[in-house]
Design a protein around this ligand. Structure first.
Ligand SMILES: N[C@@H](CCC(=O)N[C@@H](CS)C(=O)NCC(=O)O)C(=O)O
Length: 224
């Protein structure tokens, strides 16, 4: 097994890289965090992140000469290289693991991000006589697609968590790190109380010592 020596997590505040901090803390390995702050106006990552990876988004993980973006790819790399305990071994759990790794960014994040962006469009709409038109347009788009799409996904996740302690198999795995962010972001935007099993899951992971250590390392995080 390779020993981690020079892992650096390029961490943007209030971002998906919080899930990688949690994973690194659960792994108990040595690593360095390089902090980046979102632009106060645009909420985008600073340009210096593009010097690390051309996409300029967080998380980015470097390990020696390796520079890796995409949370799912980072989780797979870390578990396969250093922490096999977080990759299920049974074929059934492995199928679940892959499903949730993809579902988090492929199905759950897009409607959440769309709602955030549309909400911003609503806030910024002006002058005053344009506002009702923009509001109507935004409400129409959410009602026609993103709202029901998100609701269906969240019901599905909630039902899974009603019958399962973890996302894949009966132990904490990469799927849980990957799913943590959209569920936290959902609570931040939609609120708590609608999906009791999701709420219980988020509360459970937030209570873990490693999660709390990750929070300390990452600095202020809006979703925990
Ligand atoms: N699917 C990618 C998404 C990466 C991403 O969009 N990260 C956001 C933070 S949550 C970001 O860097 N946003 C700032 C920007 O795009 O400038 C992943 O899972 O890593």
């Amino acid at each position: 097994m390779k020993t981690p020596q020079d892992i650096v997590l390029h961490h943007l505040n209030n971002s998906r890289s919080q899930r990688i901090l949690w994973l690194l803390e659960e792994m108990g390995v040595a690593y360095t965090v390089k902090h980046y702050q979102r632009d106060a106006k645009t909420n985008l990552a600073p340009a210096e992140l593009k010097q690390v990876h051309a996409l300029g988004r967080s998380p980015v993980l470097t390990d020696g000469t390796l520079v890796l973006a995409e949370s799912g790819a980072i989780i797979e790399y870390l578990t396969e290289t250093y922490a096999p305990q977080f990759k299920p071994s049974s074929p059934e759990a492995l199928i679940q693991y892959r499903f949730w790794l993809h579902f988090a960014e492929g199905s759950l994040m897009p409607p959440l991000v769309a709602r955030l962006v549309l909400g911003k469009a609503r806030e910024k709409a002006g002058p005053f006589f344009i506002k009702p038109i923009v509001n109507k347009l935004v409400d129409g788009i959410i009602a026609a697609y993103y709202g029901p799409n998100l609701e269906q996904s969240l019901q599905y996740v909630n039902a899974h968590l009603a019958n399962n302690e973890w996302f894949a198999g009966d132990a904490l795995s990469g799927a849980d790190f990957q799913m943590s962010f959209p569920l936290e972001a959902m609570q931040g935007r939609v609120g708590k109380g609608l999906y009791p099993h999701i709420d219980a899951f988020v509360q459970k992971i937030h209570a873990r010592e490693a999660y709390q250590r990750g929070l300390e390392k990452g600095g202020k995080y809006a979703y925990a």
